[in-house]
Design a protein around this ligand. Sequence first.
Ligand SMILES: Nc1nc2c(c(=O)[nH]1)N[C@H]1C(S)=C(S)[C@@H](COP(=O)(O)OP(=O)(O)OC[C@H]3O[C@@H](n4cnc5c(N)ncnc54)[C@H](O)[C@@H]3O)O[C@H]1N2
Ligand code: MOO
Ligand code: MG
Length: 399
Amino acid sequence: MITVQQAEKLILENSCDYGNEIVLFDQALGRVLAEQIKADRDLPPFNRVTMDGIAVKYEAVANGIKNFKIKATQAAGDVPVEVDADDECIEIMTGAALPYSVDTVIRYEDIEIQNGTATLINNGISKGQNLHLKGSDKQQGEVILNPGQLITPQVISLGASVGETELRVKRIPRVVILSSGDELVEVSDVPSPYQIRRSNSYMLQAILSQHGITGAIRHIPDDEAIIKQQLGLCLQHYDVMLLSGGISMGKFDYIPQALKDLRVEQVFHKVQQRPGKPFWFGKHENGAVVFAFPGNPVASFMCTHRYFVPWLNASLGLQPRQPMYAILAHDFKFEPALEYYLQVKLHYNKEGQLMAMPLAGNGSGDFANLAETDAFLELPLDKTEFKKGEVYKTWPFNA
Ligand SMILES: Nc1nc2c(c(=O)[nH]1)N[C@H]1C(S)=C(S)[C@@H](COP(=O)(O)OP(=O)(O)OC[C@H]3O[C@@H](n4cnc5c(N)ncnc54)[C@H](O)[C@@H]3O)O[C@H]1N2
Ligand code: MOO
Ligand SMILES: [Mg+2]
């Protein structure tokens, strides 16, 4: 049985690059950028006026001029209109390009306009006020986005502003979710008193869609031949297989042997953790990667977040996020020599500290408890007593 850290290392060593593809910039949300984007112009591209009012020479105001003849009105997007005399001004709108002959913008709230003349009614005018200067955000040619950047609405805005109508992004792996177990029936079925609905598949599919992946769902019965046939088929048509169930010590846990027969190399089986101890991970010679999660719903859920999501992020070249830590809000005891992923509810206290309230629930079959919690708190296997106030790594799963 290997440790969590060894499992994590082995999984990340088996991350894969699925190449790149071009998508329209407004279809790229949630994808990972695979190219460097540079500013095609300065940002802002001109001295941008930030308030509606009049544009004047500051020197004229400093010399005591208070009345300015309005020469013209300039809207955002208009060619700038220059003033000739010191007592002239331009009515100018937010977003307009400041003319060269003026250097200060005074808001409408600070002037009165009568018969084509603007009169200052407030003092405290400072030189260059109400301007967003050309190139003060980014310079032309400057790198503004790097490969590995998650494409968020803000990134789309930045890419759009520099005219990137198409973006090169990482290709997403094809993923299939497979459940196994004759006790499992479809969600729409009425289970017998001894059957349950196969909820794991939809949970896994939902986690995939949170990461921009549409996962196919298949169910395989506890029949060795069918399992081999189905797994063999998926190995040919998918890059990643997420299995849940059938990998522990049971007589009907056929998955590990089936994968072996199909020449999926076992990278490891069983991890010193709870939940998820029977976790199996392997890779086929054709490159297909297999995560075989234990059937207990909390085990499948935890292993997907703890191992599959970091594997996916590494495969997509996503810049790794900083680990998160939280403070244990109550004492907690866990005897077995296993790394324990304690379900917790997170909240920030008024000191701005992230507090983790233990909600252990009834073990890894208790998926109802998951609905109440926000994260797993990673309690190391070399301790059994965990004291209130101690800090531990946390694995949040609520976006
Ligand atoms: N003698 C031992 N027995 C077990 C051990 C062990 O070390 N020694 N490990 C236990 C642990 S820990 C776990 S976790 C489970 C994992 O077993 P499997 O991966 O073989 O999972 P199954 O037996 O198929 O199912 C476990 C449990 O989860 C339910 N399940 C399965 N698939 C789904 C699904 N798609 N949706 C909802 N629920 C699902 C299934 O009905 C079982 O109740 O093994 C322990 N046993
Ligand atoms: O490994 Mo399990 O503890 O039942 O999920
Ligand atoms: Mg089993």
